[in-house]
Design a protein around this ligand. Sequence first.
Ligand code: FES
Length: 121
Amino acid sequence: MSEHPTHVTTHVPHRPVAVTVDGERRDLLPGRSLAAALIGADLPVTRHDRAGRPRAPFCAMGVCFECALTVDGVPLVRACQEPVRAGMTVQTGRGPHAGSTAGSTAGSTAGSTAVGREERT
Ligand code: FES
């Protein structure tokens, strides 16, 4: 049976590529969103807010900035909108880099929104 002509498939390679996350090599599937790949690698925390609470991707459509991290030196890259590429360097706002550019910069935007949202409830 042939595939239905309106069925659209997107080719996603199944061979992982090397990506550096917080200084450690991780093998992630290219072409998938960085947020999905990090969650799949048991690395869901992208940063910490000003109160030190862990934050992770929330909307997965580029709106909330909860997934903001630094990619190849560029801060505030939304992981849910960034495809995994071989050789990319990712710096999250957790672990040994907590409080660095990724965490503190993201925290000044998304963190304040998240805290404000929590204070209203
Ligand atoms: S998860 Fe909301 S912008 Fe990426």
